[in-house]
Ligand binder design. Structure first.
Ligand code: AR6
Length: 231
């Protein structure tokens, strides 16, 4: 039997998730940890300065497109604070389209500490990467490379040395990585989104026709990569 409970370990998470009645909020049942789950940040909307309204349309559209391919897997859009505009926009648009909230949800927390701080089991996390697939640069990229340790950089290099906008790269995480041992993350999927920031490479100069296409391709590539691991 399940009930709606607010998972709010350390005040980090405020998304309503289903947990079984006899569990403390924030804890995870065996069942839940078995569900293949992808946690992803909103690609391109901070350092790459992509318009939030347009990005939220792309996210919800792509999630809707992949819903019937998910099987028992689920997707969660993550951001750091409850004031996140992209999370509110996506939540509202997903509700409007009646997207199943058990299959797709939003979650507040650090994507590197979803299990230990938020009680959310995600075996796969996505990274908003740079084209060189290098650590640093700030944002979620710096956070994930820091949390994963040198194992992620080495494992990434084995797969590829660079990424084109609109593409994703699945990287199996070595079990020596703290992100694997502490958080249960087995794969990181690097995603390169479109860039609207003139101080970053390949700026699209506000060309949102191209930008929305590239962002859509990036999410397609991410979700396909996730499904190739999940199923
Ligand atoms: N956990 C969850 N979400 C986060 C975290 C975190 N630890 N950190 C940031 N976000 P950004 P971009 C959210 O700037 O716009 C890098 O320097 C953030 O609030 O990381 O695709 C790379 O090297 C936002 O909603 O990615 C690239 O050069 C989202 O993650 C460039 O930035 C994406 O923000 C990529 O820029």
């Amino acid at each position: 039997k399940t009930q709606e409970t607010v998972s709010s370990s350390s005040g980090m998470a405020s998304q309503k998730i289903k947990v079984s009645e006899d569990m403390a909020p924030g804890s995870i049942s065996q069942d839940e940890s078995d569900i293949p789950t992808l946690a992803f940040p909103s690609i391109s909307t901070a350092d790459f300065q992509f318009d939030l309204e347009k990005a939220s349309d792309v996210i919800v559209g792509k999630v809707e497109e992949f819903m019937d391919k998910l099987g028992n897997a689920r997707l969660g859009l993550v951001d750091l604070t409850e004031r996140s505009k992209i999370l509110s926009l996506v939540r509202a648009k997903a509700a409007e389209k009646k997207i199943d909230s058990k299959r797709f949800f939003t979650f507040i927390g650090d994507i590197c500490q979803l299990y230990t701080k938020g009680g959310l089991c995600c075996n796969v996390i996505a990274n908003a990467a740079n084209w060189r697939l290098k650590p640093g640069g700030g944002g979620v990229n710096a956070a994930i490379f820091n949390a994963a340790g040198p194992a992620l950089e080495a494992a990434t290099k084995e797969q590829a040395r660079s990424l084109l906008p609109g593409n994703a790269l699945v990287v199996p995480l070595p079990s020596t990585s703290p992100l694997y041992s502490k958080e249960g993350v087995t794969h990181v999927i690097h995603v390169l989104g479109p860039n609207m920031n003139p101080r970053r490479p390949n700026c699209l100069d506000n060309d949102y026709v191209k930008g929305c296409k590239v962002l859509g391709d990036a999410y397609s590539s991410l979700f396909k990569g996730f499904l190739s691991i999940a199923n």
